[in-house]
Design a protein around this ligand. Structure first.
Ligand code: NAD
Length: 284
């Protein structure tokens, strides 16, 4: 029998995973989403082979279950999963942008002998929903796995092989390390982007024309502020501690910028921009 993969949540990430996994013709993909029109679209686009009528139904015979819902929803589902009928050898994973609270919620599953391996494909978009799903989304992007320290490495290897068709670069990290690093490169920049948009919005009454000037640079810098607010509310509440640390560092940085502006030393200002340019240009 073909291995059965259940994907819960068929938006941008779940839909893209379905498309990528179906490059392996020996997999049978079952989908569940709270939106029936999403399920219908996913079926029509060949993202899934079967529509499940309930989450329990999707998971009961699955060899692998992938949660691709907003992170607070995933945590709630994992609490419910303790009462579901599941295969004893099932591997559960998720795609959430935060890993600490998800690995905490996984404890009760792990205690019951169910394998849960946290997952985060680090590719995405400010667009959401099944219509934005793309087969190539994860290619060459890091795909992070955060197994519990007790998890059998053979199971991690099994999941790594299953995810092969995504063509992502799979790396294993500790969940705390994951949340610390994603706060720096993803979650805090999101807050900054939204705050820049907030500053524009607050000043547009006095400067009605300013909105029209918000082109090139402003748009590039704030593109991510157009992402789904539910997803970002959940990420922010789950990674709050790391975000507060980043905010403290940012306030310190802005204080230095303020002092630099006050002293108005052209060399100091040049060095500030030159240092940032060099680091940015050298990013891999
Ligand atoms: P999305 O909004 O495109 O899709 C989420 C899907 O989950 C929707 O189809 C929605 O109907 C479904 N859903 C929500 N609540 C549900 C419920 N209770 N039961 C069943 N289905 C439900 O979001 P997305 O961008 O695909 O994000 C999914 C996950 O992947 C999130 O945890 C997010 O943190 C993570 N992630 C997102 C990105 C990104 O750039 N968008 C990147 C990497 C990881």
């Amino acid at each position: 029998m073909k291995p059965n993969i259940a994907i819960i949540g068929l938006g941008l990430i779940g839909g893209s995973l379905g498309l990528a996994l179906k490059r392996n013709p020996s997999l049978q993909v079952t989908g569940y989403d709270r939106s029936f029109s999403t399920l219908e679209q996913a079926f029509r686009r060949g993202i899934i082979d079967t529509i499940a009528t309930s989450i329990e139904n999707a998971c009961e015979h699955a060899d692998v279950i992938i949660f691709a819902t907003p992170v607070n929803t995933t945590v709630a589902m994992m609490h419910q999963a303790v009462n579901w009928k599941l295969r004893t050898d099932v591997i559960m994973t998720d795609t959430g942008s935060t890993k600490g609270p998800i690995m905490d919620a996984a404890k009760q599953l792990l205690e019951r002998g169910i394998t849960f391996i946290g997952g985060h494909p680090m590719a995405g978009s400010h667009k959401s929903g099944v219509t934005a799903a793309k087969e190539h989304l994860f290619e060459n992007a890091y795909y992070i796995l955060t197994p519990d320290s007790q998890t059998d490495s053979a199971k991690v290897e099994q999941l790594r092989v299953l995810l092969g068709p995504t063509k992502g670069k799979i790396v294993v990290l500790d969940s705390e390390e994951h949340d610390r690093m994603t706060a720096i490169v993803s979650h805090f920049p999101h807050l900054v982007a939204s705050s820049l948009v907030g500053r524009l919005s607050a000043q547009q009454e006095e400067q009605p024309f300013v909105k029209k000037l918000a082109a090139g640079g402003f748009r590039d810098l704030t593109r991510i502020a157009s992402a789904d607010p539910i997803m970002w509310r959940d990420i922010t509440t789950q990674n709050r501690e790391e975000l507060l640390k980043q905010l403290d560092g940012w306030l310190e940085e802005m204080e230095n910028v303020r002092n630099m502006l006050k002293s108005n030393d052209p060399d100091e200002i040049y060095n500030y921009f030159a240092g940032a340019k060099q680091f940015r240009d050298d990013l891999p």
